[in-house]
Design a protein. Structure first.
Lengths: 113, 117
């Protein structure tokens, strides 16, 4: 089945130690998104790629970076994780950006110790 | 700016009861899209429905139905004969067509639905 895959499902990192979360998709969608979701809150968009074009949200901290080396893969890099970055990170895809539904992966739960 | 309000933070029902989840949205745009997503305890958001602003026709899919009313800026979701597996957080979301606002989803705060056996 076509899907959005996130690895790992659980990630523990130390305060200040860089960490990379990965997302892959078999849907061949043009757009890939990264969301941060903290407990009992709605997902918050960090950034998205339309093909190779990167679109950063105005309030996304510089500590968060992303790479999309090809259509299938997208990475979220947290350069110096703080305790406040502990959250669920959700990757999503959509075939296009014009109001199309987004399909989400299972998420990576990040713990910062 | 756009906004989505889900006034019901938590709802608890007994299995087989009908339950309606409310969603009210705000936007100045005339073209927009509305969505409902389900987030079970496993964490993955599951797409349920998309509706564009020009299509006010209500929709039914099995036990699920949606009532879209532009006059009241509401897009409510009803589950008929609820089941324990319906227990989840449900998010209503709004998306505008690409432009200065891009393609982001504006989510409501979510409604935690608990269906008790």
């Amino acid at each position: 089945d076509a899907m959005v895959i996130q690895n790992p499902r659980y990630q523990v990192t130390q305060f200040g130690k860089p960490v990379t979360l990965s997302c892959s998709q078999t849907l061949n969608h043009n757009v890939m998104y990264w969301y941060q979701q903290k407990s009992s809150q709605a997902p918050k968009l960090l950034f998205h790629y339309y093909d190779k074009d990167f679109n950063n949200e105005a309030d996304t901290p510089d500590n968060f970076q992303s790479r999309r080396p090809n259509t299938s893969f997208c990475f979220l890099d947290i350069r110096s994780p703080g305790l406040g970055d502990a959250a669920m990170y959700l990757c999503a895809t959509s075939i296009n950006s014009a109001g199309y539904e987004q399909y989400f992966g299972p998420g990576t739960r990040l713990t910062v110790t | 700016a756009q906004k989505v309000t889900q006034a019901q933070t938590e709802i608890s029902v007994v299995e087989k009861e009908d339950v309606t989840l409310d969603c009210v949205y705000e936007t100045r745009d005339t073209t927009y899209y509305l969505f409902w997503y389900k987030q079970p305890p496993s964490g993955e958001l599951v797409f349920l429905i998309r509706r564009n602003s020009f299509d006010e026709q209500n929709e039914i899919s099995g036990r699920y139905s949606w009532n879209f009313q532009k006059s009241t800026s509401s897009f409510n979701f009803t589950i008929t004969a609820s089941q324990v597996v319906d227990s989840a957080v449900y998010f209503c979301a709004l998306s505008l067509i690409p432009g200065t606002s891009g393609s982001r989803l504006t989510f409501g705060e979510g409604t935690q639905l608990t269906v008790n056996p």
